[in-house]
Design a binder for this molecule. Structure first.
Ligand SMILES: Cc1cc2nc3c(=O)[nH]c(=O)nc-3n(C[C@H](O)[C@H](O)[C@H](O)COP(=O)(O)OP(=O)(O)OC[C@H]3O[C@@H](n4cnc5c(N)ncnc54)[C@H](O)[C@@H]3O)c2cc1C
Length: 167
């Protein structure tokens, strides 16, 4: 069994006596139409205000920075509210396309490394969560590392930094 449930993974591991200090860093985005015949061909980053305006198929995407929040708390997209007037000063944004912003959660551990390896004190159970900001990038690597450990092969990298038992 591989527990790969993102920010909810500890809900299952706790049943097996393992309570890692997992927490979430959220991100939000919402799309806008452009007013008139305006066109945006490139992504823009406002590093001072901390938002991105990106042309997507759905519209012009306004994104936020990270937000610390408990997993089950309601969305609080205040960063979008604050960024919107600043974004409107950069681009002629028309109305929002969606009613509710999109929200995603980055599953994080305090050392910002994932938990990959045996579920402590359990036979036949494995962990693969806590990939924080790099879960898309690290998914294939995690899959290979975990498969090699499960098969008893020599892993292609040292798995010790990711050992779930460090917590
Ligand atoms: C705004 C934002 C931008 C990001 N940008 C990047 C980036 O540029 N590059 C990058 O590499 N990563 C990025 N990430 C991080 C990446 O999205 C995550 O690290 C990755 O999605 C984690 O993958 P996961 O499979 O561990 O968890 P998730 O993707 O969260 O998947 C867990 C799944 O388990 C399901 N689940 C939970 N509990 C249960 C249950 N009890 N029963 C059944 N199913 C359950 C959930 O519904 C979900 O489908 C970004 C994240 C955010 C929020």
């Amino acid at each position: 069994m591989v527990i790969a449930l993102g920010a909810h993974a500890d809900e299952v591991t706790r049943r097996f006596g393992y309570a890692p200090p997992l927490f979430g860093k959220r991100g939000y985005h919402v799309h806008f139409r452009l007013a008139g015949n305006a066109v945006q061909n490139h992504t823009m980053v406002d590093t001072e205000a901390g938002f991105v305006l990106a042309p997507m198929r759905a519209g012009i995407r306004l994104t936020t920075g990270a937000e610390f929040a408990r997993v089950d708390e309601a969305p609080t997209p205040v960063q979008l509210t604050r960024a919107e007037p600043l974004a409107r000063a950069l681009m002629p944004l028309a109305e929002r396309i969606e009613q509710a912003p999109w929200m995603g959660v980055r599953p994080c551990l305090p050392d910002m490394l994932p938990a990959i390896g045996r579920l402590p004190d359990q036979a036949g159970a494995w962990c693969a969560f806590g990939h924080a900001h790099q879960g898309f990038t690290l998914g294939p690597t995690t899959g290979r590392l975990l498969a090699e450990m499960m098969d008893g092969e020599t892993p292609f990298i040292d798995p010790v930094p990711y050992d779930p038992s460090r917590f």
